[in-house]
Design a protein around this ligand. Sequence first.
Ligand SMILES: CC(C)=CCC/C(C)=C/COP(=O)(O)OP(=O)(O)O
Length: 610
Amino acid sequence: MAYTMSTSSLFSVVSDPVRRNRNIFADVAPHRSSLLTLRSDATRGRKRLFAIATRYNILDSNVAAPVVERHSGNYTDCAWNDDYIQYSMRNEYNDEKFKAQAEELKRQVLVMLGRVEGQVEQLELVDDLQRLGVAYHFDREIETMLNRIYKSYVHGECLSDEADLHSTALAFRLFRQHGYLVSQDIFKLFLDDTGRFKPSFCADIKGMISLYEASYLSTQGEAVMEEALTFATASLKKPKDQLTDTYLDVLSARALDMPLHQRTARSEARWFIEEAYEKKPNMSPLLLQFAKLDFNVVQAMYLEELRDLSRWWKSLGFEKDLSFARDSLVVSYLWGIMASPDPEYEACRKAFAKIIAMVSTVDDVYDVYGTLEELELFTDTFKRWDIDAMKQLPHYMKKCYLACYNCVNGMAYDVLNKKGSDVALSLKNAWEILSSLYMKEARWFHSGYKPSLDEYMSNAWLSVSIPLCLLHGHIFDTKPLDGEQVRYLESLPEILKWSCVILRLTDDLGTSPKEMARGDNPKAIQCYMNDTGALEQAAREHVKTLVTEGWKELNGCVMEERTLSKAAVERMLNLVRAGHCFYQHGDGHGVLDGDTKQLMSQLLFDPIPV
Ligand SMILES: CC(C)=CCC/C(C)=C/COP(=O)(O)OP(=O)(O)O
């Protein structure tokens, strides 16, 4: 029988620590009129009661919500809105005539590939094809070439005493990149008796650049490779006492800014095509022409994909009730391009774009807008993962939750329909885990708790959301779905763990100044400062060292990986590389009017002049 509970009784129900830890909704839900009385009461606990009342739909629509303190992310708008994407862009490279031209050029490049003879020339050609972004056309030919060179290397026919530092370092990098086992001992010819690189090599700029790039594929405990990095970095930074060619100058400056191993393929291709390859002695005009055309044709395809995604994103109407959140569709699609650039991976790219945009929005609900009480309900809804659970949420959260629920279940349906595999539970679990990680950070924030760096990282390596994002991308690989690989990803293997650690730390290096300014949770840098009393700059250096060490661990895991396909490993590495790209100079995921705007123009909207 319904009866009216007094205001003070209601508060005692809400404040009772024992009841607070269990479901008190059932206790208070029948007391609608008492709750209504509370609506104008400014006492402690009112927000919580309001949340409870909302949960049971027992407030009239004209009841004003209590005034709650909300934050704003102060995010900049994305310069490219749906109207621009749909209507303002001409997409001339979509035309069949350009595709036919590209096919013809590809045929000529294939002929050229067959004619290149020397091993060093072949290695350089593979490197050029990769840097120009067209290697995906010639996977078979590249593997045949590398296989042949590797065999002769193993049998001691090449990379002997006559091999120079450049070709040795280039071979080392390409072998490791393509999964061939190669030891750091390959460099012993270039060391003196004390185990140091002979100082005379310092003047060999080409060799130094190749050695520098190779050193980033090192694993933990490789002393020669550590020495290689120190030696090559110091040599490249030295003022030149002799004139080098401009090609080496641009390569050297680029390498010192960020090594090739940490760069993303499409932005590297655009830079290499426009700024470097033409300066290379003996460059191939045919290859350059093909690379430019291919870049533009693929870019036109990306724009079509973005148009589809943008229609979907607009239809969600987030700008109305979730205007505090990042408008992250376009930048999320860029993550997709960086993770899976090859044309065949359209479905992966789209899945990444949708899921990263969703994760960004949910992250903003937790970090920026939601009250602690609302967030508890939100987390409970993700745990229950059903429509009934949604009733307890305020309107803006309902929109966010239902959009997410529909998007994820839509993906599960696509996979069930097209591949016959049921991944619904795996996806649901991933969201339940992520929301509970976000909730933990929100509780820390709202209670003012400052975790140590270790405690922070025990949550943050996962809250960076890579396991969830990768899983949603993985199920849309072009290959049939392999249940073992899905279970393996869900088990959070070391290779995934190190990818997450690196991305979390690069994210924190980029975003923490802004997040601290708006009063967010302490991130890795601040946790380390609290732990040790270090100043900010020293803490940043420490975190950068952790990133360097993380890469060595990750490289080692890649060499030992046996369960995941090559494409799946590459996707994982590419997400880590995308993190380096977005966060190198700040928060490139949240701030869309700086470097990211230029990146969007280059990768999505502006063709390369041909
Ligand atoms: C693939 C990835 C990493 C993308 C998901 C989108 C996302 C949450 C980005 C980081 O935002 P943030 O810097 O505000 O995150 P956090 O609050 O976790 O620091």
